[in-house]
Design a protein around this ligand. Sequence first.
Ligand code: LHQ
Length: 262
Amino acid sequence: MVIGAAPVVLTASEAGVLTLTLNRPEVLNGLTDEVLDAVAAGCHDAAADAAVRVVVITGAGRGFCSGQDLRGGFEAGDADIRGHLHEHYVPMIRAIRDLEKPVIASINGVAAGAGMSLALAADFRVAGESATFIQAFVRIGLVPDAGSSYFLPRLVGTAKALELAMLGETIDSAEALRVGLVHRVVPDEDLSHATHDLAARLARGPRSAGLIKQLINQSLDHDLSSQLAREEEAQVLAAESDDFTAGVAGFISKRAPEFTGH
Ligand code: LHQ
């Protein structure tokens, strides 16, 4: 009898929401190339499928993601770190950020190392009370990767980013909320409900929501003139959308518009 291995990332699609569940609970969802590629593929599928309006990333079991699976023989000089980063980590982070649809990280437990980077790459972070965050890289003599050195100072400022990344201390969900790392903290048992509510709300949003994601996420990399030019480009696209027509009609008729994402 052949017993198939469980998929390392579970996918479920319902009512416009594609949920990607990291599924290696025995190692707190440690990342392998296969996991990284599956998350990237899920985001690419979401980009290609008009029925998907929102992506949720979460973890099976008690962890969100413990970062790189360290059992893969990562010792000094042993592994092709550059290759792993370039061929697997970078494409995953790019897939999340380049997706013109909102991505929610639903953080159900520890987010460590590149697992924290994964959470930071999302547009929304909803955390269960027991979630913790660790810039674990320094603990094993590495530097932040998978985007942490980019996202962290933008989210919490350079002073806090340096503290988190250089000390590698564990911070709890309350502290994460206080410093602006997460949007919301809810009791653990309410996490899936709170995530679903936010996802459902975003799934009813207009085409412009994806354009807003791109504008805001790129803004700190550009000066005012180039950002004004980007707004012009994005507004032209938004104004061509059916959702703009529906939005204005809704305003005139005093009825909530039904956006289709087109
Ligand atoms: C794990 C892991 C794990 C394997 C828990 N791997 N088994 C990029 C490119 C290339 C190379 C290197 O790195 C990177 C980027 C990175 O992500 S570097 C950072 C890698 N991650 C870490 O250093 C975190 C390592 N894990 C931990 O420090 C702890 O496990 C945390 C704080 C996440 C959770 O602690 P606990 O809640 O006390 O759980 P635990 O340590 O007992 O873990 C449960 C099991 O999961 C345990 O296995 P066991 O067989 O003893 O039950 C762990 O060995 C395993 N596990 N993380 N990353």
